[in-house]
Design a protein around this ligand. Structure first.
Ligand code: ZN
Ligand code: MN
Length: 484
């Protein structure tokens, strides 16, 4: 049997508002003691009244617009009822049949093959409390509850089941993730649960569709990919063995690399949705939508294409540079400090090389973001100017840059302090070359026989003697003259 894979993703992202969805409590719960940001509303006390957080609505509309969704003029909130200890009221305020937005799409690029993934809806709801499962010394287990997270605005983005491989799902997710970060509507940190993904996956063979499985508990892009890959194979095996595949929810167990059955899948009617009686229906008028649309920054896809056309960068470089907004902004700040003439001499590519090479390597070693680095765009640009003017060789510049990175000093300060200027004078370099020639008679013989490799070797020796301070083309020229 030939199988096709059908995948749809549901992503929940916490919104970066300062207060919660329906009360004034602070959303900054991660660095706060448990249960310190709570009030009668988010504790779910009877008789209290929620109010709608305007910023959360605007962030949701902004995201929906970035995902090419329609924004209906009327929307409302609904109660989604289910009993669970982390759900303070016994229901979650969510949106059912009149979400803030619907019918959008997101384009993914799978090795040059572009595909639009439909977005069913982007709606707004509230997060639940956090349960912490503990075991005491006697082996007795119990659970603690932190209500700080309850009521934090949560945006849910539901895709159409348009993805046909785990790879497409991964691409959709990384694209969505970077859009949220570009918009600045969510930290979208997967590790702390600000960005969570549930996946629906099923197989199809010709006209026949097999039951759908929902996979939960995936805490990284890699986990989503691996869980889908695992499910794809598991479902196919069950079908081929003639066993019965059931519609259910399964959890990904990272340590074992498998999914396990959690419960049978709920249906919408299990939640007994009904309109939230404590909140008025919301009217979203088009001037408001346009005001929000005007605040949308250039998005990753557009930026990636512009970096290629405007700066002549490769798709690969443009992709890496636009992976985050601050990285892209840093690049463009460097360009701002660069003269037009330098730009036509390949400076943009050189900036990209520095950023994606030495700079990124050091950031990764330190686990730092580029915005946290002490090297400013002006400083990086000045250092590159010194290379262009011959004051620094590329080898030297690497040492200088490392020092700049560690101390926050300018290239000029580092060079002056450490005496790292390039040796460009023949009188200073001549004696060193003579010495190297004297020490390496075999290489000299090889050069005389026309072996260019030997010349490279000798140049290397001179660079070593001068700790990289000699000007390579000058060394080359002098060596050629002297060896004749
Ligand atoms: Zn509260
Ligand atoms: Mn939800």
């Amino acid at each position: 049997m030939q199988f096709e894979t059908v995948i749809g993703l549901e992503v929940h992202a916490q919104l970066l508002t300062s207060s919660k969805m329906f009360c004034r409590c602070s959303t900054d719960y991660i660095n706060s003691p448990p249960n310190s940001h709570v009030c009668p509303v988010c504790l779910g006390m009877p008789g209290v009244l929620p109010t709608i957080n305007r910023q959360a609505v605007e962030y949701t509309i902004m995201t929906a617009l970035a995902l090419n969704c329609e924004i209906p003029s009327s929307t409302k909130f609904d109660r989604k009822n289910y009993p669970y200890p982390d759900l303070m009221k016994g229901y979650q305020i969510s949106q059912y049949d009149m979400p803030l937005s619907r019918n959008g799409w997101l384009e993914i690029d799978n090795n040059g093959e572009k595909k639009r993934i439909g977005i069913t809806r982007v709606h707004l709801e509230e997060d639940v409390a956090k349960l912490l499962h503990q075991t005491d010394l006697s082996g007795e287990s119990y659970s603690l509850m932190d209500v700080n997270r309850a009521g934090v605005p949560l945006m849910e983005m539901v895709s159409e089941p348009n993805m046909s491989s785990p790879e497409e799902a991964r691409l959709y997710l990384t694209n969505l993730h970077s859009i949220l970060r570009y918009l600045g509507v969510s930290t979208a940190n997967m590790e702390d649960g600000s960005f969570r993904c549930d996946a629906n996956i099923s197989l199809r063979s010709g006209e026949k569709s097999f039951p759908k499985v929902e996979v939960k508990n995936m805490n990284s892009f890699k986990a989503v990919y691996s869980a889908l890959k695992y499910e794809q194979e598991r479902q196919q095996k069950v079908i081929e063995e003639g066993a019965h595949l059931v519609q259910e929810t399964r959890g990904w167990v990272e340590e074992e690399g498998i999914t396990v059955s959690q419960r049978s899948k709920e249906y919408a009617h299990d939640y007994r949705y009904f309109p939230e009686p404590d909140l008025p229906p919301l009217t979203v008028e088009s001037p408001w939508v346009e005001e929000i649309r005007a605040q949308i920054p250039e998005l990753p896809n557009a930026k990636r294409q512009r970096f290629q056309s405007e700066y002549g960068l490769s798709a690969y470089d443009a992709d890496l540079l636009t992976s985050s907004r601050e990285f892209a902004d840093y690049f463009e700040s460097c360009i701002k400090f660069t003269a037009a003439e330098q730009l036509s001499n390949g400076r943009a590519k050189a900036v990209a090389n520095w950023m994606l090479g030495e700079f990124l390597r050091m950031l990764n070693v330190q686990g730092m973001r580029i915005a946290e680095s002490r090297v400013t765009p002006q400083q990086l640009t000045d250092m590159m100017d010194m290379i262009d003017h011959g004051a620094l060789s590329v080898t030297l510049a690497k040492q200088v840059f490392e020092e700049m990175f560690n101390t926050g000093e300018t290239a000029k300060e580092v060079v002056d302090e450490k005496g790292l200027t390039q040796i460009t004078g023949e009188d200073e370099i001549g004696p060193i070359i003579d010495q190297v020639i004297q020490d390496n008679p075999k290489a000299v013989g090889d050069i005389k026989q026309g072996k260019s490799k030997a010349l490279k070797f000798l140049t290397g020796q001179v660079m070593k003697q001068t700790k990289g301070r000699a000007k390579p083309d000058l060394v080359n020229k002098l060596l050629e003259e002297k060896v004749q």
